[in-house]
Design a protein. Structure first.
Length: 419
């Protein structure tokens, strides 16, 4: 017998408004319907009423986690329209800021993923080493997030070279801990049994759904804008694109941890190679034309399209965030899964609904129609946030008992006690 389970309008892991309607037979998901659009902000329309310089601050607020991502991508689009090459120092500064943000984003996701499957040691361990990265962003720019550093033509402010040794010191302290985390994740039998084979997105499905970023690379699709369409200082640096073939939640977890190590490698080189010189071009005006910016965000390829009519106000801004293209892959990865695995499967692509929803028409859709009330789903099974999380955790404990192991990472607990 089939029943319907609505999830939302708040995500069981991220507390961002969304709605997924699961059709289940017993405990198995046989269909899923995704409904997003609860938090549209009209960013694209607002940009038409802002100057180009004001729009930099506007796109910085598309997402609280990816503020550097959207500002660099927007600047890349305008600079493509202008056909200008920014100063070499600015390229390195953008790379440094972008990779610090990537580390912060990946560790944020890994900690939450561990917490919601009942691995609180992972949560505490990962977030312990996320804090120094945010502190370093504040040390370099003055803010932990939304630092206001970017500007069309380069960077709004320069960074003091005397601060870079402190960044290198932070990376030196962090790298061995992240390597131990990667080793512990690969050696832990419970984590492998709990996440292995869960929410699998095959390489064919990944290509068919056009997914990007870690979601694609964890399914064996070798793509990365930093290498394929290089920008900033990436052409001058030596680093590797991490690709794993399994396509399941375990692969997505491990891939992000390994990408943190690559980001550390990139940061070390960028700090040591950054040249002296100007950090900003003097741009007088924006001529008519079009430009496209591409950027490898922590979640995948971010795209900004800009069209100018020759005034100081953009005629059109179009943002295609990576989450917008990754969310439809839920249809392939969730069907056939257990209800207890749905929350971590949905979270595995690290969806950001704030990024995905920049603008939509709300005239034909009332608030009452968009928000699914308890009355509208009467007669169906309704699981609240706590119930879904508890199902996910109980699944972890069940798997641990089946293989005769403790549902936590003893290796990590030993390491934490030694610190």
């Amino acid at each position: 017998m089939r029943s319907v389970i609505p999830i939302g309008p708040f995500h069981p892991l991220q507390d961002e408004p969304e709605n997924f309607v699961l059709t289940v037979e017993g405990e198995t998901v046989v269909d899923i319907d995704a409904n997003i659009g609860y938090i549209h902000k009209g960013i694209e329309l607002l940009a038409q009423k802002k100057t180009y310089d004001q729009t930099v601050f506007l796109v910085e607020r598309i997402c609280g986690i990816c503020s550097i991502t959207h500002t660099i991508c927007f600047c890349n689009a305008v600079e493509d329209l202008l056909q200008v090459d920014i100063p070499e120092r600015a390229k390195y500064l953008r790379t440094i800021l972008g990779e610090i943000e990537r580390i912060h984003s990946h560790l944020l996701w890994a900690g939450l993923a561990g917490h919601f499957i009942g691995y609180n040691t992972v949560f505490m361990w990962v977030w312990k080493y996320r804090e120094p990265i945010l502190d370093m962003m504040e040390y370099l720019t003055g803010n932990r997030q939304s630092c206001g550093m970017l500007k069309v033509g380069g960077t709004r402010r320069d960074l003091d070279d005397s601060k870079f040794p402190e960044l290198l010191k932070t990376l030196d302290e962090m790298e061995p801990k992240i390597r131990m985390l990667a080793d512990a994740v690969q050696d832990d039998p419970v984590l492998k049994a709990r996440l292995g084979g869960v929410g699998t997105l095959t390489k064919k499905d990944a290509i068919d759904y056009c997914v990007v970023g870690p979601t694609a690379r964890a399914s064996g699709v070798d793509i990365d804008v930093r290498r394929d369409e290089p920008y900033a200082a990436y052409p001058y640096l030596d680093w590797d694109v991490v690709v794993l073939p399994q396509g399941d939640v375990y692969a997505k977890f491990l891939l992000r941890v390994l990408e943190v190590l690559e980001s550390i490698k990139i940061l070390r080189q960028a700090v040591k190679q950054i040249p002296k010189g100007d950090h900003l071009l003097d741009i007088k005006e924006i001529p008519p034309g079009e430009g496209i910016g591409r950027y490898e965000a922590p979640r995948g390829e971010d795209i900004h399209y800009i069209r100018s009519n020759g005034t100081n106000y953009p005629e059109r801004l179009k943002v295609r965030a990576p989450s917008y293209i990754n969310i439809p892959s839920f249809y392939a990865s969730c069907i056939g899964q257990q209800v207890a695995d749905v929350t971590i499967t949905l979270a595995a692509v690290d969806p950001c609904y704030s990024c995905a929803e920049r603008m939509m028409s709300a005239k034909s859709v009332s608030c009452a129609e968009r928000m699914m009330s308890a009355k509208s789903v009467s007669g169906n099974v309704r699981l609240d946030q706590a119930s879904l999380i508890e199902k996910s955790r109980q699944r972890t404990y069940q798997v641990a008992r089946q293989i005769g192991k403790e549902p936590d990472l003893p290796e990590l607990r030993k390491i934490l006690k030694s610190l």
